[in-house]
Design a protein around this ligand. Structure first.
Ligand SMILES: [Zn+2]
Length: 372
């Protein structure tokens, strides 16, 4: 159904266009042109201005040519560092970078597959329902772009985000809620050689607190981690300030709350007992979601995947995506696995076979309604 050579070429072309988070201008312009050529009406929102970026989120609409409820497809335009000057190339069955940058398959595989799927549908004049496309900015900055997207502009209530690791055919139906914790421990400075007994080491306060925490894998649904601990100073001064960055995630909001409470107790207890104090700032990054098996996008993606003979499997993920935002705002949305591997590293790669299957899956999801 799809044209694999055209797909590979489009994928490599888009990877080579620089698009760091908040620097998506060139890629947004190129995608606007491509979507317009496919008959879409494209609008860019003001998220760029709000987040200090060079481009906003793109919302593209195509009227239906057949029966069925509107469908939403979404991917993000930005990619993680090192992601400037990507030089994609074929290495046997795989497409890889030159080893100095990521490849950008996260999330260009989604962008290219959606474009190729729509091109194939247009060429064959297949009847399709109304289609809405959202290409977001700054997803890699804790979903900053989708957070600023006005989801009430969408009419679709059945969404597909192409943005997950794993073989094409896997469907993410569940994702965690995440909380970030920033804590600053305050002690008392003193000369470490002349009068250490007059000091209170903020570093020791933090160390005591960390020692009392349960961290890393808490249970099948819950994780927690200390990302950094920082105190600057010479060895002859007792540190009066120590900053700690941590996070916790869980698929279950109650478990997340319990985990965060445990970490806060450890910090407050350790500081107070030793005569110091701690300032804690909590940021809820995104809400958890869990879609039922009967939910429209789950059913549709699974049906289309089985028709293609894909290894269809519903799964939970440990990470957030734009789907956390869409689901939280009432648009049932699954995340489709794209087949990319070693994501967020300079060894990132994708097999051309997986990329082709992803585009076929897009076609099958759209065509699903026409047949039923
Ligand atoms: Zn991604």
């Amino acid at each position: 159904m799809i044209d694999r050579e055209r797909l590979d070429a489009r994928f490599m072309e888009l990877c080579a266009i620089d698009a760091e988070p908040t620097g998506e201008r060139l890629l947004a312009d190129r995608l606007t042109t491509l979507l317009t050529e496919l008959g879409f009406t494209v609008q860019e929102d003001d998220a760029g201005e709000k987040i200090g970026g060079s481009a906003g989120n793109l919302l593209a609409r195509l009227a239906g040519s057949g029966p069925g409820e509107p469908l939403l497809f979404s991917c993000h335009m930005d990619r993680v560092a090192p992601g400037i000057g990507i030089k994609p190339r074929c290495d046997g069955e795989y497409i890889v970078s030159d080893g100095t940058t990521v490849l950008g398959a996260d999330d260009v595989s989604g962008l290219a597959a959606v474009l190729e799927g729509l091109t194939a549908i247009r060429e064959r004049q297949l009847p399709h329902p109304p289609i809405e496309i959202v290409f977001t900015v700054a997803e890699e900055l804790a979903l900053l772009g989708s957070r600023h997207f006005a989801t009430e502009r969408l009419t679709a209530r059945c969404g597909f985000i192409l943005d997950a690791s794993g073989p094409v055919g896997e469907i993410v139906v569940q994702a965690p809620e995440q909380v970030k914790i920033n804590a600053v421990f305050h002690g008392r400075s003193a000369h470490a050689g002349f009068a250490p007994e007059q000091g209170l080491s903020a570093i020791q306060l933090a160390a005591t607190a960390i020692g009392r925490m349960t961290l890393l894998r808490i249970d099948a649904e819950t994780t927690a981690n200390i990302g950094s601990i920082h105190a600057a100073g010479p060895t002859n001064i007792v540190a009066d300030r120590c900053e700690l960055q941590a996070e916790a995630r869980s698929l279950d909001p109650a478990k997340l709350q319990a985990q965060v409470a445990g970490m806060l107790d450890a910090m407050e207890g350790a500081a107070k007992e030793q005569g110091g104090w701690v300032d804690i700032n909590l940021v809820s990054c995104y809400q958890a979601y869990r879609l039922a098996e009967e939910a429209a996008p789950v059913q549709r993606a699974a049906r289309a995947g089985r028709r293609l003979g894909l290894p269809v499997r519903c799964k939970a993920t440990g990470g957030g995506s734009d789907a956390n935002i869409f689901n939280h705002r009432g648009i049932p949305t699954v995340v489709l696995s794209c087949g990319y591997e070693k994501v967020h590293t300079t060894e990132e790669r994708i097999s051309r076979q997986q990329l082709a299957l992803l585009a076929e899956w897009v076609v099958a999801i759209i065509a699903d309604g026409a047949e039923s």
